[in-house]
Design a protein around this ligand. Structure first.
Ligand code: GLU
Length: 313
């Protein structure tokens, strides 16, 4: 197995934007520089948001940018038996419990009616409440979710970019869902099971996921799996300071691709905010493999100056 084995893990739930592209580009530079292996995994478990054609579009976007991979594409939707087995082992070990709480009930219980769901900490309402999944189902009249029981205490890890990170997932989020009421396996479980099963030893992703890492480390530990090393990169904001994911149109790779923009101009733009401020107007992803240096990547979220093909804010 390669010393550096990583994955590109897009969620085909919308258009790939310049922010995702930059994270993938840096992941790819790190892997290729290390002589490592890259796997392409499509995280398509959110059936409500994965629209027909989006998987193909993401693949086309990556190819257009000049990125390649050694294995895949692998679809998570074809791997549910693995997630099922992991969940079963968590349940048998007493690490999960059925939960009947709706989002509304959780918001009311934590007395934070305006809090975003992901920001509020689950108050533990269903911890120890039901003896079985069947009992929870009968109580609510519909299938319950499964939640992972988060032990108290900090979880620390050494991030290749952020340095030492210590977070207490019991305080930040609390017991988290591993299988939702509609039967879908949650990101935290699927990503952990997959990264371990695929022998991924380097995970590079946006720092919007840094709070997920302690949860995933708990799953690694509980399932007896070896965790990878993590590298969390700052996000990219548009010239108005908004997250790329919030914006449509000129920051979407498919938009640029179908407008006939030269992908080498896009790579140059991404290189300029990734430690190469002197990058020329156009260059290929492959051109910078040797010279890429993680230490030169800006520590804070980067904000694009108006894009050459920009629309107004
Ligand atoms: N699929 C996730 C995303 O597109 C990335 C998950 C990960 O890298 O762990 O944000």
């Amino acid at each position: 197995m390669a010393a550096f084995r990583t994955r590109l893990a897009p969620s085909p739930t919308g258009s790939m934007h310049l922010g995702n592209a930059r994270t993938f580009l840096i992941t790819w530079w790190l892997a290729r520089q290390a002589g490592g292996e890259v796997l392409l995994r499509l995280e398509d478990l959110d059936r409500a948001r994965v629209k027909p054609g989006l998987v193909e579009r993401v693949i086309e976007d990556l190819r257009w940018l000049g990125l390649d991979w050694d294995e895949g594409p692998i679809l998570q939707s074809e791997r549910v038996a693995l997630y099922e087995a992991a969940l079963r082992s968590l349940i048998e070990g007493g690490h999960c419990y059925p939960c009947v709480c709706s989002r509304k009930e959780i918001r009311a219980a934590v007395n934070a009616p305006h809090a975003e769901d992901e920001e509020s900490t689950y108050p533990g309402t269903c911890r120890g409440r039901f003896a079985s999944w069947e009992e929870a189902r009968a109580f609510k009249g519909r299938p319950p979710a499964w939640r992972f029981r988060v032990p108290a205490g900090e979880i620390a890890f050494d991030d290749r970019f952020l340095g030492r990170v210590a977070l207490d997932p019991a305080q930040a989020g609390g017991d988290f869902v591993v299988r939702s009421v509609d039967g879908a396996f949650a990101y935290q479980l699927a990503v952990t099971v997959d990264d371990a099963a695929m022998g991924i030893n380097e995970v590079v992703r946006g720092d919007d996921l840094v709070a997920s890492t302690p949860r995933q480390l708990l799953l690694y530990r509980t399932l007896g799996l070896a965790p990878p090393r993590f590298t969390h990169l700052p996000l990219v904001l548009d010239e108005c300071g908004a997250r790329m994911a919030k914006r449509k149109g000129d920051t979407e790779i498919a938009f640029l691709r179908t407008r006939g923009i030269d992908p080498r101009e896009v790579i140059a733009l991404l290189a300029r905010c990734s430690g190469f401020p002197e990058a020329p107007a156009a260059l290929s992803a492959a051109a910078l493999v040797e010279r890429f240096d993680l230490a030169r990547v800006p520590r804070e979220a980067v904000r694009f100056s108006p894009l050459p093909w920009s629309q107004t804010c």
